[in-house]
Design a protein around this ligand. Structure first.
Ligand code: MN
Length: 300
């Protein structure tokens, strides 16, 4: 049967297009058929787009709870500001990791000096029960470990790979890598058999275990494997996300990750009332608002 899915095959899920701030994005996570890969619960490939000194991502102040944002740029620079007072330019090859805990707010802006191509991926990690009730935090990582995998350089932005560990503070049982091929690559990636994996091609042509993966699509591998065959054209950029499958459901609505609608309602009400839970972001951009969750029914 041609359309019968063999669990040994790579599962390929196309991304869908969305607009975030000023940029077109391709959303690889969440999807109806695949909500999470390990604790990774959101993946937006942003750009490539041309930005100027005065206009870039242009995402105004907005809140988060229960998640960590991992911002990874492939090209260009952006300015991060948050309600902890952080003001940090991120350049390609660095990672920004912001932990929301009970609440944080941030904005992503133009830098005031960078003009050129902007491209990257915005990822979220669902926080565990301790961390999601804990304080907010921000980390800028400009010293990430790198290892060679065939003719590609792997940068470890979260977790550990080949004995090299990122300083990113996040839950255990999670890995995030960028692979950038400087020549045609035919390599074998070592996997943790306890992890499930998602592969997202940002640029170039790639095959995962012999299956072609086009840019933007998510290639999913269930746990139980110890290696992954990767072929990539020279100049490819590929993101590999892995982790221990979550043993519970998460509820995602707008910019919040929670367990119950009551938690989402409380976060939404706090943001709309600006009651201090999320602090204040100093930004020239407008604070972002949204309509109430659909389960509250139509507005009067
Ligand atoms: Mn955000």
């Amino acid at each position: 049967m041609a359309d019968e899915f063999n669990p040994d095959d790579l599962e390929v899920l196309p991304s869908h297009r969305a607009t975030v701030g000023a940029l077109q994005v391709r959303r690889a996570l969440p999807q109806r058929r695949r909500r999470t890969v390990g604790a990774w619960c959101f993946a937006d490939h942003m750009g490539p787009a041309d930005v100027t000194e005065g206009s870039g991502l242009d995402i105004g102040p907005h809140p988060h709870t229960g998640l960590q944002t991992v911002t990874w740029l492939v090209d260009g620079q952006a300015l991060h500001r948050d309600s902890l007072g952080s003001e940090q330019v991120i350049a390609a090859g660095d990672a920004n990791v912001m932990s929301a805990g009970l609440g944080v707010a941030h904005a992503e802006e133009a830098t005031g000096h960078y003009r050129g191509t902007l491209q990257g991926i915005q990822l979220w990690i669902a926080q565990d029960d301790d961390a999601r009730h804990g304080p907010a935090a921000f980390q800028h990582l400009d010293d990430l470990p790198r290892v060679e995998v065939g003719a590609a350089t792997a940068t470890i932005f979260v977790g550990e790979y080949q004995g090299q560990r990122s300083r990113a503070r996040c839950r255990a049982g999670l890995v995030g890598l960028e692979l950038r091929s400087h020549g045609a690559t035919d390599a074998t990636l070592a996997l943790d058999p306890g992890f499930e994996y998602g592969v997202i091609v940002l640029e170039g042509e790639a095959q995962v275990d012999g299956t072609p993966l086009t840019a933007g699509a998510l290639g999913y591998r269930r746990p139980g494997r110890d290696e992954l065959g990767l072929r990539a054209s020279a100049g490819s950029t590929i993101i590999v996300l892995g982790g221990v499958p979550l043993d519970h459901e998460i509820l995602m609505w707008w910019n919040f990750v929670a367990r119950t609608r009551e938690e989402i309602d409380a976060a939404y009400d706090s943001w709309m009332a600006d009651d201090g839970r999320f602090g204040t972001v100093t930004s020239p951009l407008e604070r972002i608002a949204t309509t109430a969750p659909y389960w509250r029914g139509p507005r009067p």
